[in-house]
Design a protein around this ligand. Sequence first.
Ligand SMILES: Cc1cc2nc3c(=O)[nH]c(=O)nc-3n(C[C@H](O)[C@H](O)[C@H](O)COP(=O)(O)O)c2cc1C
Length: 278
Amino acid sequence: MTRLLHIEASPMKTLSHSIDVAKQFLDAYRAAHPNHEIDTIDLWSQNIDLPEFDADMIGAKFAVLRTQTATPEQRAQWQRAVALSQRFNAADHYLFSVPMWNFGVPYRLKHFIDVVTLPGQNWNWSPATGYQALLSGKKAALIYASAGAYAAHTEGASESPDDFQKPYLRRWLRFLGIEDVTEISAAPTLTAPDLLAATKADAKARAAALGAAFWDARLPAGLTANQSVSNMVTLLRLTPCLPAAASPSPSTSSPCLPAQRGRCRLRSLRAAWERTRR
Ligand SMILES: Cc1cc2nc3c(=O)[nH]c(=O)nc-3n(C[C@H](O)[C@H](O)[C@H](O)COP(=O)(O)O)c2cc1C
């Protein structure tokens, strides 16, 4: 069964703006995919086993992965991190609701990232290949909230040098192979009530639209697994043609097309996408 994992990083729950916006996404997603499973990890819940990543854990890691001399206690300790990592990795797609804290992410989310980002589970390294991401083909929706507005809400890019929240999460997800990332920012949350209401309404509308359209389309032949069709549509808008290898069907596999035929290409790609959506 297809599984969406929601990582909730705000402790504020019913008062949280990021969770409030994420709910719109989830309602729309649920309506579009009643048979999909939605798993939630509330990073502030007492029920989540989020082990300390301290010297003992690092010792256990090296003992298990490098020396093969791990004691039963070390194996059990390492297994706690592996179990959480595997729960994370098992999801097909991700939704994160993330407040900004001191220009970055809340420490519980950083703690979670440090525990679940494990060699052999979601990344690998070898002298021959360097780093290899193991979660390719998945996508993530990121819903942010912050008291201030950073980079004028330009989701997909965070030009503000003060914003370490969005670039950090993008970089981490890319490290794991999750390149298809859509961002919605509810900001500024520290503002006049009417402006906050307008900001929230806008973010919620976008979250609902994203949730409804966040299906896991099988990709037309020729597209790589982590290259979503929505990315390809964006690419088509930017370039007059695609290389023949990315063509969704033989009839559109002509060599580089003139600019005016890019629109036909866009239509055929969209049609291919429609055919493959669930
Ligand atoms: C510890 C802490 C640090 C914060 N640091 C920032 C910050 O650096 N920049 C900012 O714009 N807002 C900051 N805020 C405000 C939150 O980002 C804002 O209240 C946001 O709405 C929180 O998201 P939530 O409502 O989903 O919990 C901070 C809040 C807390 C509690």
